[in-house]
Design a protein around this ligand. Structure first.
Ligand code: IMP
Length: 448
């Protein structure tokens, strides 16, 4: 049945293997052509995809970048936390540029949790509070969040009694009843965090979110059944991860992580599709490493080299505009994420950024404080912050005079760099990104 409409290997997951911003949006955009439905399963407006199609740049935060391809259906799964005002803003922006967005090609889970205005206030207030608290010689306890209310929204999901889900926006009496209690509690909590806010007004908030519910009603539904119905019809599904494996709440560099399971392990819970359907998992890795926010980063370059990577890679956050911390490729970390995500192949993005360096380093192990070494990742901030990277040095390659048409055309040193990655992770590099445009991707058929 290989290649038939019902072949489950037609479903693909795309997941970031580092600390985010690996260029997943572009790869998802390339893969969209091969799939019928594109689904987000985690995170919220903390994620940011920049996709360039035909020279036009699109910055998306909540809506899967698959929306840019006409005739595809996009789903925001139950595992996502949705800021509905941001969602509407994004829909309007897309429409203004001629992109089709309707209740047919964009679906939002009725079970997805809502990011409310107070979640953003809580997020910022907690960060300020923690930034003021020193943690000995390790500096402040702030996470360096995107302040998009992600952590507080997921906290409420787990707390249950103070949560609001998308379906609640469609039920005015129920929403108003919940808001009465939540506003009282939340005002007190904000005051405790030092936020000098007027009491939250349940009536005004009720009016505002009931109006939003009316606007979004055509998009909201039971996306779990919708996905299973689609699979039963033989449609192929593309699962689009936001954030990345090393920011996974359970398996990342805790506590410097985001609040969802952003590795592929989050897919079953975040969409209602069992893991057995995930036979193709493409991990996306940058040819080097970046990180935004706080937390350990063993291969970070705080010198001129880091600056050079940042400028060449335009490493500034899509969501917050923050300059990203840059460093050498950490293969210990990538190999761990490949294992965790069950990646079956890899796409290596931003490869062009590394041209023009005299030599490049790749981290292949960590030296521990007791002098021993390991090639295993340490998914814990306190453990990871004390390691020293063990590097291999590889020769660099010059700027290409013309863009390579396939991997065989790359400079021998550039090919050797990719070969070294493959040898370490044990799975093939299926695509290599050599520029921001959709067309600037070397795909498997072309790979030597
Ligand atoms: P939060 O998700 O806003 O709570 O932020 C938690 C941590 O995850 C911070 O260090 C953020 O910078 C980081 N983070 C969240 N989303 C992304 C992303 O899409 N790319 C890079 N870092 C992210």
């Amino acid at each position: 049945m290989t290649g038939s409409k019902r072949d489950i290997s037609r479903h693909t997951a795309v997941v970031g293997l580092q600390w985010g911003d690996e260029g997943k949006g572009k790869i998802v955009d390339v893969l969209t052509a091969q799939h019928d439905v594109i689904v987000r399963y985690n995170g919220g407006a903390n994620a940011g995809h920049t996709v360039v199609v035909d020279g036009k740049k699109y910055a998306l935060h909540l809506i899967p970048s698959g929306i840019l391809n006409a005739d595809k259906r996009c789903i925001i799964g139950n595992g996502v936390v949705v800021d509905p005002e941001k969602l509407i803003e994004e829909m309007d922006q897309l429409r203004a540029r001629g992109i089709h967005v309707t209740g047919k090609n964009l679906r939002v889970s009725d079970r997805a949790h809502v990011v409310m205005p107070w979640h953003k206030e809580q997020d910022a207030a907690l960060e300020e509070y923690m930034a003021a608290v020193t943690a000995g010689d390790r500096g402040s306890l702030a996470i360096g969040t995107t302040r998009r209310g992600i952590g507080p929204a997921y906290s409420d999901k787990v707390r249950r009694s103070t949560a609001i889900r998308m379906r609640d926006l469609l039920d005015p009496p129920y929403l108003r009843e919940r808001l009465q209690v939540i506003c009282k509690l939340r005002t007190a909590e904000l005051h405790a965090l030092g936020v000098n806010t007027d009491p939250l007004d349940p009536v005004a908030l009720g009016d505002r979110y009931i109006a939003i519910g009316k606007q979004l009603a055509p998009y909201i539904g039971d996306t779990v059944y919708e996905l299973h119905d689609a699979m039963a019809r033989g449609d192929s599904i593309l699962f689009e991860g936001a954030n990345a494996a090393l920011l996974d709440i359970d398996h990342g560099t805790y506590p410097y992580v985001t609040s969802s399971n952003c590795s592929s392990l989050g897919i079953p819970a975040g969409t209602g599709v069992p893991g057995r359907h995930l036979t193709r998992v493409i991990g996306i890795m940058k040819a080097y490493s970046t990180r935004v926010g706080g937390g350990p980063f063993p291969t970070e370059l705080t010198c001129e080299l880091g600056h050079k990577i940042r400028e060449r890679g335009r490493e500034y956050g899509t969501t917050t505009g923050r300059p990203r911390r840059c460093g050498w490729l950490d293969l210990v970390a990538v190999r761990y994420s490949v294992m965790l995500c069950g990646a079956t192949s890899v796409a290596c993005s931003l490869f062009d950024v590394l041209a023009g360096f005299e030599e490049l380093k790749i981290c292949v192990g960590y030296r521990l404080p007791n002098g021993s070494s390991t090639d295993r990742f340490i998914p814990d901030a306190r453990g990871l912050e004390n390691v020293q990277p063990i590097y291999e040095t590889l020769p660099g390659w010059p700027e290409p005079e013309i863009a390579a048409g396939n991997r065989a055309d790359l400079h021998p040193n550039a090919r050797a760099y990719l070969d070294r990655i493959e040898a370490a992770i044990g799975i093939p590099i299926e695509m290599v990104g050599i520029g921001p445009d959709r067309k600037q991707t070397l795909v498997a058929e072309c790979v030597s």
